[in-house]
Design a protein around this ligand. Structure first.
Ligand code: C5P
Length: 270
């Protein structure tokens, strides 16, 4: 990691060599992205796994991979595929145009997002020092957001999260057992202090590996890698996210994503 005080390379540039923690010879800093794409996406309704559904004729996963590879700092993308769909995902990557400077690896995922990310981390080569984790379900994140996260990690932050202020006021409730039943309100957090977090989240590699090796959570596991780093007691910082980095979760999100792509085509012939 470069010194917070020293000159910072732009995220698009080749990163400097990083002194090893053991004081040994410096190792070159390399940035990789893990894309968990093994979810079924049940909230979108019946059909193919969410990452394989198309937006303007192109699978959401390919949009997400291109969004990451758009950063010149990213030299490797690890895609975590549905356990029974690794072959299909490998074919997709082989048949869609992707930047030549970026390598791709496909690994089968697990039962939870946390397990899928851990399996993706297992595929990282030794020389990777900065790791981004990006949801395939956020296919339209702009490259400026990706670069801002990488720059903050290279600047010395062990964990970096892009996030946006909330439009809605948020209530904490006592969830009812029966969907639709009235739910008692427990608290109203001050909206100005809240942020909705997005991906890619960026990490110093050793910090994220330690989080995945030591933090265990019941049920669906961690929905957010930065939350696991918080449990280690390590600092996590937020940088500005982007409205186009929204997560495609429900059918209306597909309409919004198509509208964003149409606007990009109209603006720059994309
Ligand atoms: O379900 P949710 O929208 O929170 O999933 C976030 C991301 O995690 C998606 O890109 C999804 O494909 C991925 N995921 C995964 N393995 C799972 C569950 C979700 O890679 N078992």
């Amino acid at each position: 990691m470069s010194s917070p005080d020293g000159p910072r390379p732009p995220a698009g540039a080749q990163a400097p060599a990083t002194p090893s923690a053991s004081g040994g010879p410096a190792r070159p800093a390399r940035t990789a992205v893990v894309i968990p794409a093994a979810g079924r996406g049940v909230r979108l309704g019946p059909g193919a796994p969410k990452a394989l559904r198309t937006l303007s004729g192109t699978p959401m996963l390919i949009h997400a991979v291109r969004a990451m590879a758009a950063s010149r700092a990213v030299s490797l993308v690890v895609v975590v595929a549905p356990p029974d769909g690794a072959h299909e995902v490998k074919n997709l990557l082989d048949t869609h145009a992707l930047p030549e400077r970026t390598d791709y690896v496909v690994v089968p995922g697990g039962m939870t997002r946390q397990e899928s990310v851990r399996l993706g981390l297992g595929a990282l080569p030794e020389d990777v020092t900065t790791v981004l984790v990006h949801d395939a379900a956020r296919p339209l994140v702009p490259v400026e957001t990706v670069d801002a996260v990488i720059e903050a990690v290279r600047g010395g932050a062990p964990a970096v999260v892009p996030a946006v202020p909330l439009a809605d006021t948020v209530k904490e409730v006592e969830p009812s057992a029966v969907p639709g039943d009235p739910e008692p309100v427990l608290a109203t957090p001050v909206r100005a202090r809240l942020r909705a977090v997005q991906t890619p989240q960026g990490f110093d590699r050793d910090t994220l590996m330690r989080a995945h090796a030591t933090v265990t959570l019941d049920g669906e596991g961690a929905t957010d890698d930065a939350g696991m780093v918080e449990r280690l007691g390590e600092p996590v910082v937020v940088v500005p996210g982007h409205e186009e980095a929204f997560k495609v979760t429900r059918p209306l999100d597909l309409v919004l994503a198509e509208a964003v792509l149409a606007r990009r085509r109209a603006n720059d012939g994309f």
